[in-house]
Design a protein around this ligand. Structure first.
Ligand code: ATP
Ligand code: MG
Length: 369
């Protein structure tokens, strides 16, 4: 889908509309999205009336267009890119790239802020309900936006089912645990499917629970599905989301599963370094999307067994340190009796190592009845 172009209204230092400014300029602008614009920097922070990339010193309309086409259409995206990346992707010289990045950082006032301000910003983070009150409690209210949550576990433990259910709940109105604030500009979900297990029929079944609150036909329309056939394809799809999230109201990005292609393509010890390097790059893209666009990122992951482990659970998530350090919250899923599953917070900067039971039923993810 082509990015929507918006007419920008330049504002002066006091935030009032500046009549003398370049009103006729059409530049893609980050969404003034009350639901989702709680990223570390917001336009309110901007200095000297710089509201979009076209206002940065030294950027003319041609460069602005070039940057936008390369996925750097917002001040946030420019302020957080590395010089090397901008040179490579933006097709600009090193000195120009350095200047542009610095100017974007100055405009957004990138630097240190007090812990109190961090707390205030974190209060604006949104939570998406899982559809199970006990799971939501485990997550301190739901799946957080602006961060990456990893679900790992053996086959049939419910990773894909949870991902399907979140495609629906993210679209609920905010007061019901979703991200939606305006039906005219509904929140979208992107599903990167590496295993071919995405089933819209299952989403239709699950969404019946919210029939009165959601237009079920529209629910499917707001889910963008991308089937990734190999790791390169997966990376390209994630980069596309990074670009689209600057102009579209995307609230949730799912990658199911994160590593299967990387594992299948890089076999043998000698290829491990190459695999981890590529995986690192992919995860970096995902984290940036989460933080800059304030999206919730959900990734699923497989487990491998640790034969040298004599006590406790001998399974561990695959992907090594790179995935371990990147996931803000890691959730371990295991099977219990029948439709019951156990979810345990395995790692979180905030939540205790707790566990809870939920169920996978024909209605979707629910509390145990
Ligand atoms: N329509 C349904 N009604 C009830 N339970 C269902 C339904 N569809 C799937 N399930 C349950 O979900 C389980 C599959 O879960 P899921 O596909 O999420 O596993 P997974 O963790 O993604 O596994 P894998 O590692 O193989 O991808 C099934 O075994 C079944 O118990
Ligand atoms: Mg699955």
């Amino acid at each position: 889908m082509p990015p929507r172009k918006r007419k920008t209204i330049s504002r002066n230092k006091k935030g009032e509309e500046d009549k003398n400014s370049k009103e006729s300029k059409v530049v893609s602008q980050p969404l003034n999205n009350d639901a989702l614009s709680t990223s570390p920097t917001t336009l309110k922070d901007n200095k000297a009336g710089i509201n979009d990339i076209g206002d940065l010193p030294g950027i003319g309309p041609a460069t602005a267009k070039k940057l936008q086409d390369s996925g750097f259409g917002t001040l946030e995206s420019l302020a957080t890119v590395s010089i090397g990346e901008l040179v490579a992707v933006g097709n600009l010289g090193e000195a120009t790239s350095r200047k542009i990045i610095q100017a974007a950082r100055d405009a957004l006032d990138f630097g240190f802020i007090t812990a109190e301000e961090v707390l205030e910003r974190r209060r604006n983070m949104l939570k998406i309900t899982t559809g199970s009150a006990s799971l939501d409690d485990l997550f301190g209210g739901g799946i957080e936006t602006g961060s990456m949550t990893e679900f790992y576990g053996e086959y049939r433990t419910g990773k894909t089912q949870i991902a399907h259910q979140l495609c629906i709940t993210a679209q609920l109105p905010r007061e019901m645990g979703g991200l939606n604030v305006d039906d005219n500009e509904p929140v979208k979900v992107v599903y990167i499917d590496t295993e071919g297990t995405f089933r819209p029929e299952r989403i239709l079944d699950m969404s019946k629970r919210w029939e009165g609150d959601l237009n079920i036909k529209k629910t499917l329309k707001n889910i963008m599905h991308g089937r990734a056939y190999n790791s390169d394809h997966q990376m390209v799809l994630a980069e596309k989301v990074a670009k689209d999230s600057q102009t579209e109201r995307i609230g949730l990005l799912i990658v199911d599963s994160l590593i299967s292609h990387f594992r299948a393509e890089y076999v043998g010890r000698g290829t491990l370094a190459g695999r981890q390097q590529k995986l690192n790059q992919h995860i970096h893209t995902l984290l940036k999307v989460a933080e800059v666009g304030n999206l919730a990122i959900i990734v699923t992951n497989q487990v491998h067994s640790k034969p040298d482990m004599f006590f406790g659970d001998p399974t561990a998530p695959v992907g090594g340190n790179i995935v371990a350090h990147a996931s803000h919250t890691r959730v371990y899923l295991r099977k219990s009796k029948g439709e019951r599953r156990i979810a345990r917070i395995a790692d979180s900067p905030l939540l205790p190592e707790n566990e809870t039971v939920f169920a996978i039923t024909s209605d979707g993810i629910t509390d145990v009845g």
